[in-house]
Design a protein around this ligand. Structure first.
Ligand SMILES: CC(C)(COP(=O)(O)OP(=O)(O)OC[C@H]1O[C@@H](n2cnc3c(N)ncnc32)[C@H](O)[C@@H]1OP(=O)(O)O)[C@@H](O)C(=O)NCCC(=O)NCCS
Length: 147
């Protein structure tokens, strides 16, 4: 497992965050979306950094007893080294400390790596939105676990 520091992301991280986002997704969040999410409180971010370089992030929304995992991504060259698992473990620990009792997320049925990661952490399927993703036609799988 690669040793990284997991830290809260701030507005000053947005240029690196946006670069990482663009390297991971065909339809990335823009810097403006990240900034309005952070400043308006509709998302928070955890970053995995090594020597100050952002290698992965997890975006989430924590409200009352519920943790919503909005997105997770690790730089393509850094995958398979436990960074995604460290981010997920960190957000679950943080949510637990804030009194959350359940964690929810949505993932494409075609995303084997993410599905395997979430299953390994005990998330189970609780629902589906058929053909939710227009680009691929894949279902969205709704997953949940206790915190
Ligand atoms: C999903 C993602 C974040 C995983 O990050 P990662 O750092 O590579 O994951 P880890 O190395 O921490 O792996 C943890 C577990 O996830 C599962 N996993 C991760 N990548 C996998 C793959 N390619 N195939 C199968 N299982 C995989 C395994 O269970 C793994 O545990 P193991 O190493 O003990 O077998 C990464 O693949 C990614 O950034 N994908 C593109 C963005 C994306 O699709 N995000 C999800 C949006 S919902």
């Amino acid at each position: 497992m690669l040793d990284v520091s997991v830290v809260g992301l701030e507005v000053s991280d947005i240029p690196d965050w946006e670069r990482l986002e663009r390297s991971c997704f065909a339809q990335p969040w823009s810097a403006a979306q990240l900034e309005s999410g952070l400043t308006q409180g509709s998302l928070a971010g955890l970053g995995a950094k090594r020597d100050g370089v952002l290698l992965g992030y997890l975006a989430y929304y924590l409200i009352c007893e519920s943790l919503e995992i909005l997105n997770i991504a690790v730089a393509p060259t850094e995958r398979g080294q436990g960074i995604g698992a460290q981010l997920l473990a960190a957000v679950l620990a943080q949510a637990s400390a804030h009194g959350a009792t359940r964690a929810v997320l949505e993932v494409s049925a075609g995303n084997q790596a993410a599905l395997a990661l979430y299953s390994r952490f005990g998330f189970v399927e609780v629902g589906r939105r058929p053909r939710y993703y227009p680009e691929s036609g894949a279902d969205a799988i709704l997953m949940e676990r206790g915190v």
